[in-house]
Design a protein around this ligand. Structure first.
Ligand code: GRF
Length: 217
């Protein structure tokens, strides 16, 4: 069966990109990464792509006049790569509404909280300040508003006494590395559909669905 052609967009470290690279290294995995795009020339994740012999493109927003030209450059790179799905993985730039609509239900993001709680930046600091007992991470389809959209997979992580943002981030990140490949696999297998702004996963009911969508649960 043909593998789903994926482009991954990054801005930095790229540890989630690495988790996706590792998953796609299995020939039985139903997706392949055709292209990595970074808006930051110095992104560490670019070296990860190079090591895996995945083509990379840098689209430095600072050198482009406006968002429309940035989005147009992205469109060209994505079309050249034949991308069918976009995975945002630590991509720190807001995309234009028209771009997001063009990729509706074909673009996913990972966020380090249990959405819809704690959208935005400095998530772990705010989680600790709020005193919540659980946080986690979410893979969701992208909508124009930041960190909004139908949820594909989540994983819950306990906030432990004495946690600081760095320790909590580390435990959440290790879950991110599990659920991003899982979400990609489900989508690439054609098992995820969106109806009324909710994502449904075919052939997973009751406890099986819980296990699938919350691997630690
Ligand atoms: C992750 O915590 C992800 O959830 C958030 O940005 C971070 C990116 O980390 N969107 P990395 O670049 O994948 O290591």
């Amino acid at each position: 069966m043909a593998r789903l052609r994926v482009a991954v967009l990054i801005s930095g470290r790229g540890s989630n990109l690495q988790a996706l690279i590792d998953a796609c290294a299995d020939p039985a995995f139903p997706a392949e990464i055709r292209l990595v795009i970074s808006n930051e020339p110095g992104a560490e994740g670019l070296a990860r792509a190079d090591r895996a012999r995945i083509p990379t493109v840098v689209i430095a927003h600072k050198q482009l006049p406006d968002r429309a030209s940035f989005d147009a450059a992205m469109d060209r790179a994505l079309a050249n790569a034949g991308a069918e799905l976009i995975c945002l993985a630590g991509f720190m730039r807001m995309l234009g509404d028209a771009f997001v609509e063009r990729w509706r239900d074909r673009m996913i993001n990972i966020h380090p909280s249990l959405l819809p709680a704690f959208k935005g930046l400095n998530t772990h600091e705010r989680v600790i300040a709020a005193g919540v007992r659980f946080t986690g991470c979410t893979v969701h389809f992208v909508r124009p508003a930041m960190d909004e959209g139908p949820i594909v997979v989540q994983s819950a992580v306990a906030v432990l006494p004495g946690d600081d943002a760095a320790r909590l981030a580390e435990r959440v990140l290790s879950q991110e590395h599990k659920i991003y490949p899982l979400a990609l696999r489900l989508i690439a297998e054609g098992r995820v559909s969106v109806t009324d702004e909710r994502a449904h996963i075919a052939d997973a009911i009751g406890p099986a669905l819980t296990a699938l969508t919350n691997p630690t649960g």
